[in-house]
Design a protein around this ligand. Structure first.
Ligand code: C5P
Length: 305
């Protein structure tokens, strides 16, 4: 009998270096002007053969119990969307997700798993799908899913799903503090609406950020990080202000809330500074976990084994 193929996909989480947010649209989404950067915190999604009509998901690792395994799981929805796109009738798959990206942490963890599931199921079911077609299926699953496929550094407009890859030089050393508080993305956007009742189109990404990325000037990038959702996240969870202040006191160039939070991301001057900062934050009781990552890294990719 032919040995069953082992299909594994590795996918990164993201931080937003700029997250400019406009007023709520009629469809409930907010117009964004954002710069995504993929960071070296990876989930892994494995796709195993299953009988026709059987689609299941198991979740292992950090905070696995917080991820639903019913049909609301975004990786299962991705499998369904791909099968429909390809016109396949009920192909089976058993998905296994190994989580490292924080769950509802503002780092696109669920979107990452959906992106990985698209690649994994395409390989398992031998669907030949072009990257731009996969990006369309991805956008139907969530605003961050196309970026999780693409990775590296990209400018996002629209809901964040209209992507342009960006020129970026240099290697960025981040320390991520994962505070022991929960925040839901719709809740943070709703607070943004309360705080910004007159918001119009999304403001522009600071030109200094684009210039800093193009030249690899980390100090200039640090000076131009911006997240319009940060005041909303901090007003819902004031503890985040203490975490941000602690990171800067401990030597970060700057700190921001990642996406809708609650993860706080601190940019360091270099790797040594990041090691010192992560040790200092790990020694405090401000976060349930601290992770050191580098960026940018590629998007969802098949692992050969
Ligand atoms: O697209 P996704 O399902 O990941 O988005 C989760 C939620 O975040 C949306 O339901 C919406 O409340 C909010 N959101 C938004 N505007 C965006 C992206 C997300 O309001 N551009």
């Amino acid at each position: 009998m032919e040995k069953a193929e082992r299909i594994r996909v590795r996918v990164p989480g993201k931080v937003n270096l700029a997250l400019r947010v406009g007023g709520r649209r009629a469809d409930g989404y907010h117009p964004l002007d954002t710069v995504f950067q993929a960071v070296s915190l990876f989930d892994e999604v494995e796709a195993l053969p299953a009988p026709r009509g059987v689609r299941t998901v198991r979740v292992l690792g950090d905070q696995a119990s917080l991820v639903p395994t019913d049909e609301s799981n975004l990786a299962l929805k991705a499998a369904q969307a791909l099968a429909s796109y390809a016109g396949m009738r009920q192909p089976g798959v058993e998905l296994v997700i190994r989580k490292t990206i924080p769950v509802t942490g503002g780092m696109a963890g669920g979107s990452a798993d959906a992106a990985a599931a698209l690649i994994a199921c395409a390989a398992l079911w031998r669907i030949d799908v072009a990257p731009d077609e996969l990006a369309v299926v991805a956008a139907g699953l969530g605003a961050d899913v196309p970026f999780c496929l693409m990775g590296s550094t990209a400018l996002g407009r629209g809901r964040g799903d209209e992507l342009v890859p960006m020129l970026s030089r240099g290697s960025y050393h981040w320390v991520l503090a994962l505070p022991d508080v929960e925040l839901s993305t719709p809740e943070v956007f709703a607070r943004f609406d309360e705080l910004n009742p007159d918001a119009g189109p999304a403001p522009e990404t600071p030109p200094g950020l684009l210039a800093g990325l193009a030249s690899g000037d980390i100090a200039q990038v640090a000076d131009n990080l911006v997240n319009d959702l940060q005041p909303a996240a901090v007003s819902l969870r004031p503890h985040l202000a203490d975490v941000l202040a602690a990171g800067v006191d401990a030597g970060a160039l700057t700190g921001i809330v990642s996406g809708s939070g609650p993860t706080c991301a601190f940019l360091s001057e270099n790797e040594d500074a990041a090691v010192r900062l992560s040790n200092a934050l790990a020694g405090s009781d401000l976060a349930r976990a601290v992770r050191r990552v580098c960026a940018p890294v590629p998007g969802a990719r098949l692992l050969s084994c």
